[in-house]
Design a protein around this ligand. Structure first.
Ligand SMILES: [Zn+2]
Ligand SMILES: [Zn+2]
Length: 823
């Protein structure tokens, strides 16, 4: 039969090859194409290969065009299409339409993120006529576990922690039937053949009669929570601790047992209506909550009902998520109020994943555990997101997002395979492969030995999952980061080159990369506001204005460097930064004369001032840092927020943001925002943000007993204004007639998680005619660092000769070159 008939008429029959790239394997792509093709009367085949999905179809031109359109418009829910290409095809094809065997050995090179229970599975477990009624592990190709259960590639059942569960006959026929929603769903299971939930006591004693439910163990856990118990729950990526969020004593008790004095607890509710009683939920919030990633969403806590303060002390938001697995869904069915659903760990340790450890590590907190007999292969925390300026932003990228790849922008197609090691806090790492970046899930702070172990285990896992062989490693310049030390060891051991990247440059590159900013596009102004990073001049940076592209950066401006009294202690004790700021700006006699009546004066007078002054004077254990985070700490301390110490990184800043009076922010005249000037640093000649006048105004407000919320608003507004003034100043050449040095500004660094600061700065920049880039898919904080390192490493290697591949320090503040501007 001639497939390329040239008879000129409307219904020309042709053979076409359709190549689909993106996240298209293990997400039900082939059966979807199969269904569409059959409905359109096409013959041919669909298969997986090493590049994605390949469709070969024969039929009328119109039907083939319709097939491409349907694939594009309505792919399976968990798929993400990056490209679709079509080419004429001349080989033989079957008469019907088949799902063919995969080509090549290494086809399943992708593992999808874990996905929350879909609406079809949710309906099944709720319906007593379905065979999976109240089955806690129901899933299909559109939902269920992925990364959390995989041990090695390819992603087949035998390589996951579902391997011990042999399929029953009913599940097998669903698995083999292309028309079934569970066709090739590797985690397919039912009451007969799959994992089973089990309620246990962690002290080893038998369950009492009171803990039995008429229904099942999952429902019994609900009864326990209602009765005020704390229950450990084996979730998708680790154990969680659950309790009734409306019971103040239980919540306070959990906080005490977990040794977690202030960090907010995440909440779970059975449906949106429960959440709406406590928080306002926008359309964007709702979409995020209900999406397959089902993250924790930070919502404004201004509903009719209130939860105990101990849930999120001092904050104006609550972090809610919807049930992520059938087990959570079934457990909460009888629960008409929120439950705390926090990670099952002590303090800052990683969450418990193994059944062997749960008694030992969580037994002191929870009496009961709702567990099951499917192992968790990989620890994955719940993700945290927030809608800011109308767009969802990922703050902690883990369950539901990792290991989703991020296609690198134009120009990176030839990037070699690289491994970027990330930072120290909120650590992640990033692989570069086939023009895409694969960012690992959030792993926590590497200073914790268990977290660091996990980080190394995940490095090995990802290397295997993505069949990855990096030609070079990329790490932060910081000499003491554990990730950098490990990078140096690995590079030496494996004789691979190591590229070192400046911390804030990596933040800018991360923002550019996730926004698809092309490799050879003009340099942008990166405004990087964070706590601390190792600077290009071996001092500590943390409030930087960098003219940067992927290859280079030049530090154009900064925040005023102020001593960090006691080094790392200054990051924990905000009063230290306040004292250092005040002594830098006005010295003690002036402070005492003008503000001696303040309670703040008495507070600081009681500190060991002679020692502190000597530390500042002699620069002993008091490194200078141009940190925006520490400025926030100092201002918070002045307002008596976390003055003595903060319980977690960024607490003081988060509470300062939460305090802001929105009315003052919106309606008070701009001139009442605290004045921050722009001066020049003596040595480097760099312009910097000078807070001296701000301190006079703020202390004056304290004397006048101005309410804290008004002061917090004035600080945010003043700071935003000065940041934008700095950007304008840096954009202008001496000759006013010349076009600006840059047209685009990238906002990055952990301080930009502050909604008010972000919205004030971006709105004002846009009003000044700048294009603003910001983070959505990748955290603005150090969790996004590895992506930036990867992009910079790739950019430096692309087009360079082999000699370039060696350790090379970057440019720093003293460099005088000025890049070509954006004109
Ligand atoms: Zn499903
Ligand atoms: Zn079964």
């Amino acid at each position: 039969m001639n497939r390329h008939s040239n008879i000129a008429q409307v219904d020309v029959r042709v053979s076409t090859e359709i190549r689909v790239r993106g996240r298209v394997q293990g997400v039900g792509f082939r059966p979807t194409v199969w269904r569409y093709a059959r409905e359109l009367g096409l013959s041919g085949e669909v298969l997986n290969d090493s590049s994605g999905v390949l469709v070969r179809a024969f039929g009328s031109e119109g039907a083939i065009a319709a097939l491409v359109e349907r694939i594009r418009r309505a792919p399976p829910p968990l798929a993400r299409i990056d490209t679709i290409e079509t080419l004429p095809y001349s080989g033989d094809l079957p008469t019907g339409f088949l799902i063919a065997e995969s080509l090549g050995g290494n086809t399943h090179t992708q593992v999808a993120p874990d996905a929350a229970i879909c609406s079809n599975c949710a309906a099944e477990v709720a319906s007593s006529s379905e065979r999976r009624y109240r089955y806690a592990f129901a899933n299909c190709t559109n939902c269920g576990p992925r990364l959390s259960i995989v041990n090695v590639i390819p992603y087949d059942r035998g390589n996951t922690t579902m391997a011990p569960f042999a399929l029953c006959r009913a599940c097998r026929s669903e698995y083999d039937n292309p028309a079934d929603r569970r066709f090739h769903a590797e985690a397919i299971a039912c009451h007969t053949c799959g994992p089973k939930p089990k309620l246990i006591r962690l002290d080893g004693r038998p369950l009492g009669f009171a803990q039995f439910s008429m229904m099942d163990d999952v429902d019994a856990a609900c009864g326990l929570i209602k009765n005020g118990e704390i229950v450990a729950i084996k979730g998708i990526g680790g154990y969680q601790l659950a309790c009734d969020a409306t019971k103040p004593h239980t919540v306070a008790y959990l906080r005490q047992l977990k040794k977690r004095d202030a960090k907010p607890f995440a909440l779970m509710a059975r449906d949106i209506d429960v959440i709406k009683r406590y928080c306002s939920v926008s359309l964007e919030d709702e979409t995020l909550l209900r999406g397959p990633s089902a993250p924790i969403v930070l919502l404004r806590a201004d509903g009719a009902e209130k939860l105990p303060d101990a849930i999120a002390p001092g904050l104006a938001t609550l972090g809610f998520m919807l049930p992520t697995t059938p087990m959570h869904l079934l457990m909460l069915r009888r629960m008409d109020r929120p439950v705390v659903m926090t990670s099952g760990n002590l303090s800052d340790e990683p969450q418990v994943v193994s059944d062997g450890e749960v008694g030992e590590r969580l037994g002191c907190i929870a009496t009961y555990a709702l567990t099951h007999d499917r192992e968790i292969a990989n620890r994955i925390d719940d993700s945290v997101t927030r809608v800011v300026a109308g767009r969802p932003r990922v703050i902690r990228r883990a369950r539901g997002y990792a290991p989703e790849s991020i296609v690198l922008p134009k120009g990176f197609e030839a990037a070699p395979e690289l491994l970027a090691m990330g930072g120290e806090l909120k650590s992640t790492f990033c692989l570069v492969k086939d023009g895409a970046a694969i960012l690992s899930q959030h792993q926590g702070d590497l200073e914790d030995i268990r977290t660091f172990d996990d980080y190394r285990k995940n490095l090995a896992l990802y290397t295997n999952l993505f069949d990855h062989a990096p030609i070079a490693l990329v790490a932060d310049l910081h000499p003491e980061y554990l990730s950098s030390k490990l990078a140096r060891e690995l590079a030496a051991f494996e004789a691979r080159p190591l590229l070192e990247v400046q911390h804030h440059h990596a933040h800018v590159a991360s923002c550019l990369a996730e926004n698809g900013y092309a490799l050879d596009a003009p340099a942008v102004l990166g405004i990087v506001l964070d706590g601390l990073g190792w600077g290009g001049d071996e001092t500590l940076w943390g409030g930087e204005f960098l003219l940067a592209d992927y290859r280079r950066y030049q530090r154009l401006g900064t925040f005023k460097p102020v001593a960090m009294l006691g080094g790392a202690q200054a990051a924990r004790e905000p009063w230290r930064n306040l004292y250092a700021h005040l002594m830098t700006e006005m010295k003690w006699p002036a402070f005492a004369t003008n503000f001696g009546e303040l309670e703040l004066h008495a507070y600081l007078a009681a500190k060991p001032r002679a020692i502190l002054d000597a530390m500042i004077r002699n620069g002993i254990n008091a490194p200078q840092a141009s940190s925006c985070g520490r400025l926030f700490d100092a201002v918070a301390a002045a307002l008596d927020i976390c003055r003595e110490r903060q319980g977690y990184e960024g607490e003081a800043a988060a509470r300062l943001e939460a305090m802001v009076d929105e009315d003052t922010l919106r309606n008070e005249h701009d001139t009442l925002g605290y004045p921050l000037a722009i001066s020049n640093l003596r040595d480097a000649g760099l312009p910097y943000i000078e807070p001296r006048a701000m301190w006079s105004a703020a202390l004056g407000d304290l004397v006048l007993k101005t309410p804290g919320p008004v002061m917090a608003a004035r600080f945010h507004k003043g700071l935003a204004k000065s940041i934008v003034a700095m950007a304008k100043k840096l954009a202008a050449w001496d000759d006013e007639a010349r076009p600006r040095r840059f047209k685009t500004v990238a906002l990055t660094g952990g301080c930009f998680q502050n909604k008010i600061l972000f919205e004030e700065v971006s709105r004002r920049l846009e009003n000044e005619g700048f294009a603003v880039l910001s983070h959505t898919r990748v955290p603005a904080n150090d969790g996004g660092l590895a992506l930036g390192q990867a992009a910079i490493g790739a950019a430096r290697l692309i087009g360079s000769n082999a000699n370039y591949i060696k350790k090379q320090p970057e440019g720093n503040a003293s460099c005088v070159s000025v890049f070509p501007d954006g004109s």
